[in-house]
Design a protein around this ligand. Structure first.
Ligand code: SF4
Length: 242
């Protein structure tokens, strides 16, 4: 799976100059899960990541390169939850290393698409207690309301990240997961929104190819994406050979 590699390689440019903090994944550190969507009332909230018109961006990339995701880890750029005061800009990026979920075989290509989609949907299955996620697949926003009680109990990005990784690792396709949280003031949130859009376009193109498309690149509406994304043309023509 190389389709998202160029986006992953560009992620360091989005993160600003703050020295990051790295946390190894420990499933025992996952924050308690509410088991289902839990409403945090405004009066119980300490602040919102992405509230009051601040940025709230999220995207997930999949790769098979061990160089791009060496191990399970959580990385934090900028102030952690305990240091934040008031609503704040926020970006979460998940990068997932998968095994061989892509090949020239038609069924395998479909399986690759389903796997990528399922991994993006993990965000709808993680319910950290006192950390109310509101996500939108249409505009790549992920707004989070953090409760005062969760802060008092010691919630942190390392622990919320462990909750995400625990959920990703339940999928047998996932070999390693890196979850990056960003609140740094100098991060490039507009650039991150563009990346999120590019990720969505790649996944949509994959879906279009699976529906069956003509193979005349000259008249294909996906040509601008295929010209930029390594592996997309090979995937389409491989599928038609199958
Ligand atoms: S390879 Fe890309 S540009 Fe060419 S026909 Fe297929 S989807 Fe369209």
């Amino acid at each position: 799976m190389v389709l998202y590699n160029s986006i992953i390689e560009g992620i360091p440019e989005l993160l600003g100059q703050t020295a990051p903090k790295h946390y190894a994944y420990d499933p025992a550190q996952a924050w308690p899960d509410a088991g289902a969507f839990e409403l945090v009332m405004l009066r119980d909230a300490a602040f919102e990541l992405g509230g009051s018109g601040t940025q709230a961006v999220n995207f997930t990339c999949v790769t098979s390169s061990p160089k791009l995701v060496e191990r399970d880890e959580i990385v934090v750029y900028g102030p952690d939850l305990q240091q934040l005061r008031g609503d704040h800009d926020y970006l979460r990026i998940s990068i997932l290393r998968v095994g061989d979920i892509e090949s020239d075989d038609e069924d395998d290509t479909e399986q690759a698409f389903r796997a990528v989609q399922a991994l993006d949907f993990v965000k709808y299955k993680v319910f950290p207690k006192g950390y109310m996620l509101r996500t939108s697949s249409d505009n790549d926003r992920e707004q989070v309301r953090v409760s005062k009680a969760a802060l008092q109990s010691g919630i942190s990005f390392a622990r919320v990240g462990a909750s995400f990784i625990r959920q990703y690792r339940r999928d047998p396709n996932v070999l390693a997961a890196k979850v990056i949280f960003v609140t740094a003031p100098d991060a490039d949130y507009a650039g991150a929104r563009k990346c999120a859009k590019d990720v969505r376009n790649i996944t949509l193109s994959l879906s279009q190819i699976l529906k069956g498309m003509p193979t005349d690149c000259g008249s294909c509406s996906l040509k601008p994406i295929c010209d930029e994304v390594e592996g997309m043309k090979e995937l389409h023509f491989g599928r038609n050979k199958a």
